[in-house]
Design a protein around this ligand. Sequence first.
Ligand code: NAD
Ligand code: UDP
Length: 341
Amino acid sequence: MAQKIIVTGGAGYIGTHTTVELQKAGFDVVVFDNFINSDPSSLDGVQRITGTKPELERVDCADDVAIADAFAKHSDAVGVIHFAALKAVGESVEKPLMYYQNNIRGLMNVLDNMNKHGIANIVFSSSATVYGVPDVLPVTEETPLKPATSPYGQTKVMGENIISDAVRANPNMRATLLRYFNPVGAHPSAEIGELPLGTPNNLLPYLTQTAAGIREVLSVFGDDYDTPDGFCVRDYIDINDLASAHVAALKHMLGGANGVNIFNLGTGRGVSVMELIKTFQDATGVKLNYKIAARRPGDVPAIWADATLANKVLGWRANVPLADTLRNAWKWQVKVCEKNN
Ligand code: NAD
Ligand code: UDP
């Protein structure tokens, strides 16, 4: 019998791609999602890729009663991948309590129910945001964490600490904390991808929407940073590579790895905003309307990952070339536009 994995937030951007990889690896996936930032139709996209629609529980992880019922139904699961969270940094500053309620209470409920049913393994979506503005680049898992600069970032730091304490108190439990750098792209089939609601905050969806004519112009935030070309530098990781790391992390725990393991998930390469724009134009042949604008307050000038630990321990590495990732993102954007017309 296939091993069952609960994927909270499984209808979202990273959740759908990870569900595909889990199903391909032979796991039985049940998605827990309340669709606060996604649509149930994303799971149809998963089915068109793998031939299998994941089982779905429409449930809010922060609803104590509903989540307990969902876990009781799936107490035979061997692990949980916990994606469910709100993720807009600016919104979290305006509505901090909503973020703590959703992200922290949701996580606590998940951990409580895992303990109750003896589900031992959790993978948690953390973020490079926990490193703040790092003193040394690239950042390893040993790089000191900086105080969070937003309630969203705080929920990631707190989430890591809560899970670590829970594992310390229960030797049967194991956790993997995955610190994502900048996830971008879509499945090569263009059946699933990123679907931001409203105006995107992140670079790539803003860029592809501008290329598609939905937005007039992409503002490049700052050209006077102390970086090789003056533009901000990030580590853009292909969403399919990121998804496969979750399967590797899960197998590592199911294979007996104990305690709390922490991994950076990035390519190990820093790319500037202008480099990304140029690569997009070259890869797709589409000309992008962009302008240089003021720095965005709070932006980290440069950050990229040292991802050698994930390679050494999980046997995972990012493989997809950036040009392919950007072509996939564009293919997805074109398909979304066709659907909406
Ligand atoms: P997303 O918004 O596309 O997916 C999150 C999913 O969780 C959505 O389907 C949403 O409906 C669901 N959800 C939210 N709160 C819920 C709740 N209380 N109960 C049930 N379902 C709930 O976001 P994503 O980009 O796929 O991010 C997944 C995780 O990765 C999040 O924890 C996010 O903070 C983290 N992360 C994302 C990025 C990124 O750039 N995308 C970077 C670092 C970390
Ligand atoms: N960025 C930009 N214009 C935009 C959105 C983002 O120039 O419309 C830049 C931003 O300054 C940062 C990079 O793109 O250097 C990635 O930003 P994003 O919000 O996608 O991710 P972050 O790393 O800030 O979480």
